[in-house]
Design a protein around this ligand. Structure first.
Ligand SMILES: C[S@@+](CC[C@H](N)C(=O)[O-])C[C@H]1O[C@@H](n2cnc3c(N)ncnc32)[C@H](O)[C@@H]1O
Ligand code: SF4
Ligand code: SF4
Length: 486
């Protein structure tokens, strides 16, 4: 059993945004093969008269995510807080992370936990550290405790024994004093600190640091002179809720064509099933509850392959009469017959620009499947297609996303970023979370350079970086296992 401890400072309402981003990403990406995780959100600081306090808001959100919450009822102090945490632990291992470290890719603590439990000379494994590597230890990197702060707010898996051998964290002194003082004691403790090999190559391999301590307006532990916002804080501000008043219904990801670079990856076998009539009705119900009547594009995949297309059009017209469009490739004779009927009965406008009478085409936009995070670019702004600027939200049988391509991205990469609650897309905290997590998987409009191209591969005629290559191979493998060749 491992306790995941997330420390937060609820001394500004905006901090909620950081914290929720961190919590959601940990819940999505953190696992520990062979071990159980229990979760604890705890506050390092306490409410103070001269600073706003978002504790109740954070507590409600954390509890909604199923986290146990514990506030520190003592003067604000990181070392004092850490001491309290370690003393109250009921598990031998604890994974420590502050509330502004977003876990940007899957991390399995299992191997590091096994090693820590088996070897008495080890105290912890860090998952963010960029200095002081002095050797190798069973596949992990050894960190020199004198060269880098041994503990502190960087994400790390600690064994409780380091506390017994090194002693409690030093309370008092200037900020960082407790870390330096403890680092000095590490040397004589005989305990070793390791680092995951991936962070030796790139410190931010697993975690992206959302903010800086000094970026918290009203932080009770600092004088007014030091209360400033920095660029990192401003950077996570973009308003990501829908603005274009449009939704794109991906009623099927099946397609009779296989265009190169199709941005819904319809050259692959579909991993999300067709939308049902109930899926469509559920969207309409939720949109009406929100008093939202978007323009609707019916597409896919190839929408004319859906056996219930006409019923779906009727449901769409119930929500947005006269504002329904269909995007079809119009390739098969049957597709053209259906489009003629839709035209003559006035069920939707036919988008003439999408027709592909000669079959599959090569789309010139070829930068979608180049994941920035594969190239150590964990942060990017959304492109024009995002529903805050250019296109509609994505709707499919797996849920809703703010990027029109989001359903396809989630479908292929299995990110679990789709939500079935339409209202989530209008929640600025959720909108920002989903957007950031999705956009770092997509290279659209990032101007792919020769380095990224050289480290990518062409699959199905389309350029793909390692994250996408792995997903495509996994999909083909699953498909082969389900359908063994005769
Ligand atoms: C994904 S398709 C689905 C509907 C239908 N099968 C079709 O081709 O029109 C929706 C639209 O996205 C366009 N599209 C797909 N991949 C693209 C890419 N890489 N660059 C630009 N447009 C793309 C298609 O041409 C079409 O206009
Ligand atoms: S016809 Fe449309 S959905 Fe099918 S592969 Fe081409 S762009 Fe993609
Ligand atoms: S995921 Fe890609 S296509 Fe979607 S908004 Fe982000 S950058 Fe644009």
């Amino acid at each position: 059993m491992i306790t995941v401890v997330i420390t937060t400072w609820p001394n500004h309402p905006r901090r909620v945004s950081y914290c929720e981003q961190t919590l959601r990403s940990l819940q999505r990406n953190l696992s520990a093969t062979g071990h159980e995780l229990r979760w604890l959100l705890s506050a390092e600081s306490q409410a103070a008269e001269d600073a706003p306090w978002s504790g109740p808001m954070l507590q409600e959100r954390a509890e909604r995510l199923g986290l146990q919450v514990q506030w520190r009822d003592a003067p604000p102090s990181l070392p004092g807080h850490l001491n309290d945490i370690v003393r109250s632990l009921t598990t031998p291992l604890w994974f420590y992370v502050q509330d502004d470290w977003e876990l940007i890719r899957p991390l399995d603590l299992g191997p590091a936990a096994d090693l820590l439990l088996a070897r008495d000379e080890l105290g912890g494994v860090r998952f963010w550290a960029n200095t002081g590597y002095v050797g190798q230890f069973e596949g992990f990197a050894v960190v020199d405790p004198a060269a880098a702060w041994s503990y502190g707010d960087n994400p790390a898996l600690w064994h409780r024994r380091f506390f017994e051998r090194v002693g409690p964290f030093d309370v008092g002194g200037w900020f960082g004093h407790h870390e330096e003082a403890a680092s000095a004691r590490w040397g004589t403790s005989g305990l070793c600190v390791l680092a995951d090999p991936a962070v030796q190559r790139h410190a931010a391999h697993y975690f992206f640091h959302l903010g800086e301590m000094s970026s918290i307006p009203g932080d009770v532990r600092f004088g007014h002179g030091e209360r400033r916002r920095d660029a990192a804080w401003q950077r996570i501000e973009p308003d990501c809720v829908p603005k274009t008043n449009a939704a794109e219904w991906h009623i099927t990801y099946r397609c009779d064509l296989a265009c190169t670079n199709c941005n819904r990856l319809c050259f692959l076998p579909p991993t999300t099933p067709d939308m049902t009539l109930e899926d469509a009705r559920d969207f309409v119900r939720q949109a009406k509850d929100l008093n939202w009547s978007p323009e609707l594009a019916i597409l896919g995949g190839e929408p004319t392959l859906h056996r219930d297309l006409f019923e779906l059009l009727a449901i769409a017209n119930e929500l947005s009469p006269g504002r329904v469009t269909i995007w079809s490739n119009g390739f098969r004779a049957d597709a053209r017959r259906q489009l003629d009927r839709i035209r003559s009965e006035g069920l939707a406008q036919i988008c003439e620009g999408t027709l592909k009478p000669s079959g599959s085409i090569i789309h010139p936009q070829n930068d979608f499947f180049i994941a920035p995070m594969d190239f150590n670019v964990p942060e990017r702004t959304p492109c024009f297609l995002h529903c805050r600027s250019g296109c509609g939200v994505s709707v499919d049988s797996g849920g809703y996303t703010l990027c029109p391509l989001g359903g396809a991205i989630d479908s292929v990469l299995d990110t679990k970023l789709r939500t079935r609650r339409l209202a989530d897309l209008f929640d600025p905290v959720f909108a920002q979370y989903q957007t950031r997590a999705m956009c770092r998987l997509c290279g659209h409009e990032l101007h792919i350079d020769s380095l990224r191209i050289s480290q990518s591969q062409v699959l199905h005629g389309s350029l793909m970086s390692p994250t996408w290559q792995q997903a495509v191979h996994r999909i083909h493998k699953c498909r082969q296992q389900r359908e063994p060749s005769p």
